[in-house]
Ligand binder design. Sequence first.
Ligand SMILES: Cc1ncc(COP(=O)(O)O)c(C=O)c1O
Length: 356
Amino acid sequence: MKMYNFNSGPAVLPAEVLQQASEAIIDFNNIGLSILEIGHRTEWFINVLEEARSLVKELMQLDDSYEVLYLQGGATMQFMQVPMNLLDENETAAYCDNGIWGSKAIKEAKLFGQVHIACSSKDQGHTYIPRELSVPQHARYLHYTTNNTVEGTQWHFIPEANVPLVADMSSDIFSREMPFSKYALIYAGAQKNAGAAGTTIVVIKKDILGKVNRTIPSILNYSNHIEAKSLLNTPPVFAVYVSLLTLRWIKQEGGLAEMERRAQERADLFYHTLDTLDAFTGKVDKRDRSLMNATFTTQNPGHEKLFLDICKEHGMVGVKGHRSVGGLRVSMYNSLPLSSVQALCDVMKDFNEKRG
Ligand SMILES: Cc1ncc(COP(=O)(O)O)c(C=O)c1O
């Protein structure tokens, strides 16, 4: 039986993608080789990589002043690669401190230059998105996490700043239409909305590079990756292929407008149910609720484990909150069917009737 997958990442993937990926493991495009066996500099793989890179640009409606890279090291590596490439020791970068991942990015940036905290929601356990920001005019860039996977908040507006914008979009990339050309750099681990684990998408406006004085190790230098068309060394071939299949699926289903419509529909159903049941409470400000990761608790703390056990009995995985914050969390990424949310809501209603 296929489970209801509310995992936060690696996460649910479209059935078609899994089918195509599994076929390619046996025989890629009927060439008589597995996708796992082909050389990364063959025309076969170069076509995969180029199509994936150009689909990212197409979905984001970006022009040729941007370059798309498929890198390794996860979004976590971007926490240091961004400041290493964009920030000199005596310069300042502004960072929004809105959750566990943003805090990690701040910690790494401090190794390379000065960090100015533009806003923080720490005072209330990162349960809201601040409206007031202070960004020094001389800041090299402003970094923020568009969706806080762990805490369950999401920026539903773009922060105002007269400096280049850098965003960690790991948990809401390709889930909504956005003016992506407002950003100088966007990064996201592929394992939530853009494929399987093992690769990170980095989108860079080329003119922000080449301005720091430090010597950057070759493998960490964005310019080298751009020059090598994302083939500086052996890329994670299979992960890039799964990302391509996922991007094709997004496009075929109707693109970002359709992903956004589905995300809203799922979130409306879930949050409406949550708000009508006494047995559960949401954890964050309603206006800042994430459409991707919903965090909540049982009203009676003693009921949490019981609820998780019931979810398990119904074949639902990924309902437990992140280990750092506890509570409950369900992730509702692009390919999660509305019927999965409906099934969860039914379990919650039943739980409420019996124990609310
Ligand atoms: C917003 C955000 N940033 C960064 C990360 C870290 O990603 P990775 O494990 O690919 O390094 C995650 C992981 O869940 C995330 O949700």
